[in-house]
Ligand binder design. Sequence first.
Ligand code: HEM
Length: 146
Amino acid sequence: MTYQVRSAEERRLAIQKNAARLGIDDNFISELVETFYARVRAHPRLGPIFNGEVDDWPEHLSKLKDFWASVAMNAGRYSGKPVPAHMKLDGIKREDFGLWLGLFHRTLEEIAPGEETVAYFMQRAERIAQSLQLAMFGLDSLEASG
Ligand code: HEM
């Protein structure tokens, strides 16, 4: 077996090249975040949770664009802490994550350039949603949701 030892810089470039192949760039991230959060705000269950918490939407959307650029393109622009930001929210239920992920998936199905790009974002969103649920609801929440 051969091991390929790659530097952090080489790994970063490989991620960026793959993201470009999938049609992911700053324009796409911007469209995704704008479209998705417009829908979140209009959602009967998720909308009130967000609208009750976020005062400055342009600032919030800009933060989320940096977040997704970092997650999807390794842009290194986001340095926040999603877990405490969600832990402090009252009234989120486990099922809300299913609503969030369903809406994110439908948005991607409509605007992503292809199925591989949809899957690329969904894998990352699901992984992050799992770690948020683990922090918020404990291990049982993951076992119960499969
Ligand atoms: C039930 C589902 C979710 C709800 C109701 C929710 C709600 C919120 C709210 C209200 C905020 C604003 C907090 C604040 O301004 O202090 C926030 C921030 C954020 N959310 Fe979520 N969220 C959900 C799921 C997710 C998922 C699955 C992801 C990632 C894949 C995510 C990523 C983020 C990020 C990156 C922030 C910014 C954190 C920071 O301040 O740096 N959220 N969320």
